[in-house]
Design a binder for this molecule. Structure first.
Ligand code: NHR
Length: 196
């Protein structure tokens, strides 16, 4: 979230389900509106999602960007933001959807890991892929070391992907995302690779 704000993208509001979340303090310092909708205060996912949607809709955002948001969203909520809700996930999807991605990658001995920006669909971590960055898994890596290496790339590709979205350059056909090239309108399929 901080990388998105620092990239200069116009962030209308930062909304968290955790009252003490660090990002809220950062957003307030930047003069960005903040809201807290605590999932614990609601009897069901549906009730939480309804309140979350009304908090979001007060700002009429063009894009809803999940950044470290850890609650699975109901189908109804996802449908309300179809095609304009985006997430960054810490793995090279479709490998390792869900939780504890770095631990699972280390357990499997994969040599390449990374992160994926994708559109949010009802099926968890399975939406159309907008951008990915790869990092090496190095001998002696711990979960924290690998997570930090991936996080540096997350901070790079998420602002890029959101800017393409804001510039209306994402073209989605049959679940495949193309980044249209402003020049000739042909479009290029962009994949961002790590430089280390
Ligand atoms: N909701 C939908 N419908 N689709 C997606 O693709 C979503 C989503 C909600 C969040 C982010 C995702 C990630 O990038 C995300 C994508 C939380 C969980 C989870 O299991 C899984 C994936 C993601 C986020 N959450 C538990 C739950 O019961 C709680 C886990 C916890 O609090 O630590 O909601 O990683």
């Amino acid at each position: 979230m901080r990388a998105i704000v620092e990239s200069g993208l116009p962030v209308k509001a930062v909304i968290s389900n955790v009252a003490g979340a660090q990002g809220l303090g950062f957003a307030r310092e930047q003069g960005i509106a903040t809201e807290v909708v605590e999932h614990r205060a609601f009897p069901s996912r549906e009730a939480f999602d309804a309140e979350l949607a009304s908090a979001i809709d007060r700002y009429q955002p063009g894009i809803v960007a999940l950044a470290g948001f850890m609650r699975i969203l109901t189908d109804a909520f996802v449908h309300g933001y179809a095609g304009r809700m985006i997430n960054i996930h810490p793995s090279l999807l479709p490998a390792y959807p869900g939780l504890h991605t770095h631990r699972r990658a280390l357990e499997d001995g994969v040599k390449v890991h990374g992160c994926t920006v994708h559109l949010v669909t009802p099926r968890l971590d399975h939406g159309p892929i907008v951008a990915q960055a790869a990092v090496p898994v190095l001998p002696g890596d711990t979960e924290d070391m690998l997570a930090a290496r991936v996080l540096r790339q997350e901070h790079r590709i998420y602002p890029d992907a959101l800017r393409w979205f804001a510039e209306d350059r994402l073209v989605i056909a049959d679940g495949i995302v193309r980044i249209s090239d402003q020049g000739d309108g042909q479009g290029v399929r962009q994949t961002v690779f790590s430089d280390q």
